[in-house]
Write a protein that binds this ligand. Structure first.
Ligand code: UDP
Length: 334
């Protein structure tokens, strides 16, 4: 299998690259513009196994075509994207260019060079503010009503992929809708290296590692048990394995489909902050802040489908373990 990972120097892409290196049986190529992905992550991956690296932006069609013409990829894992909800509210066009248009461009080149399989990183943000939240979480059939440009840019990408698959019956895809991904390689070799990251567990890990003097909780009057937002946090190692399963699913000829990736259990921002203090033993300063634009109150996944259809079984469904791996990685990278 010749595999192209776009965004492979980034957080989730690099953990999937690691999982594929460990699995073996793949020739890996990573394409990344290194806007948020890091050279250090690539170096850490290179110590685990070999891959080709292309320092390119997906918007550069000429360069993309050149890469595809020289490499006959069997499957693409497409991670390269902008991923911050609040930034997408302030700068929506960045999201429509980087996420939606670049996905269309990648598909165009992929079709031209006969690539027939795609695994696409999507997000729970496509669901928006769930209308009612069943106890077992939101399933894949839940109405799609994104409340921020990030979610919009991803749902448009999903629809483009689905339309392409309808027009080209031998083109198959798996769309994975991630809930809140956190944690790091359990051996501490790679982690969430994105500069100026805005994600909760990363920020709490920076506070606990004394790299940040304090943090804010964005809103405490949401309609949730303690007033702060509730999210379903999934360990990046479990998410990486979901991609390995998705790849095997496509290889065995299964039909195109969409799957949630989460544990089906929600934790509030306040619970995450408290657990970060317990795990690290550091009582960092926490301030109450205003609500952040674009944040839904509760997002929890129903993940029965991926478990049943792909046999995915998470190994690290444990908030303390997720936080511990994020914290230990953060502390180790001064
Ligand atoms: N959050 C917070 N303080 C921070 C970062 C995040 O209170 O410094 C909250 C945020 O408002 C949201 C939750 O934590 O309710 C998860 O946010 P994150 O950015 O990690 O992921 P998102 O759900 O936006 O993809």
């Amino acid at each position: 299998m010749r595999i192209l990972i776009t965004g492979g120097a980034g957080y989730i892409g690099s953990h999937v690259a690691k999982a594929l290196i460990e699995r073996g049986g793949c020739e890996l190529s990573i394409l990344d513009n290194l806007s948020t992905g890091s050279q250090a992550t690539l170096e850490a991956l290179a110590r685990m196994g070999s891959f080709q690296f292309f320092h390119n932006d997906l918007s550069n069609k000429e360069a993309l075509s050149e890469i595809f013409s020289r490499n006959r990829f069997d499957l693409i894992l497409h991670f390269a994207a902008s991923v911050e909800v609040f930034e997408s509210v302030q700068n929506p066009l960045k999201y429509y260019f980087n996420n939606t248009l670049n996905t269309a461009q990648l598909l165009d080149v992929a079709l031209e060079y006969g690539v027939k399989k795609l695994i696409f990183s999507s997000t729970a943000a496509v669901y928006g503010e769930p209308r009612e939240i069943p106890k077992e979480g939101i399933d894949e059939e839940h109405p799609l009503k994104p409340i921020n440009p990030y979610g919009q840019s991803k749902i448009m990408s999903e629809r483009i992929i689905q339309d392409v698959a309808r027009a080209h019956p031998d083109f198959k895809f798996v769309i994975l809708r991630y809930f809140n991904v956190a944690g790091a390689d359990l051996q501490g070799r790679i982690g969430q290296a994105t500069p100026k990251a805005t994600h909760l567990i990363k920020i709490a890990a920076e506070c606990a590692s004394l790299k940040r003097p304090w943090m804010e909780i964005y809103g405490e009057d949401y309609p949730t048990p303690d007033g702060s937002c509730v999210r379903d946090y999934i360990h990046v190692e479990d998410l990486a394995q979901a991609h390995v399963r998705a790849m095997e699913y496509l290889i065995r000829g299964a039909s195109s489909d969409i799957f949630n990736c989460g544990y089906g259990r929600g934790y509030s921002v306040k619970e995450v902050v408290q657990k970060s203090k317990e795990v690290s033993g550091v009582d960092f300063e926490v301030r109450m802040g205003g609500k952040r634009a674009g944040d839904p109150a509760i997002l929890v996944a129903q993940s029965a489908k991926i478990r049943e259809k792909m046999g995915w079984e998470p190994l690290y469904d444990d908030l303390a373990l997720i936080i511990k791996s994020a914290y230990e990685w953060e502390r180790g990278r001064w």
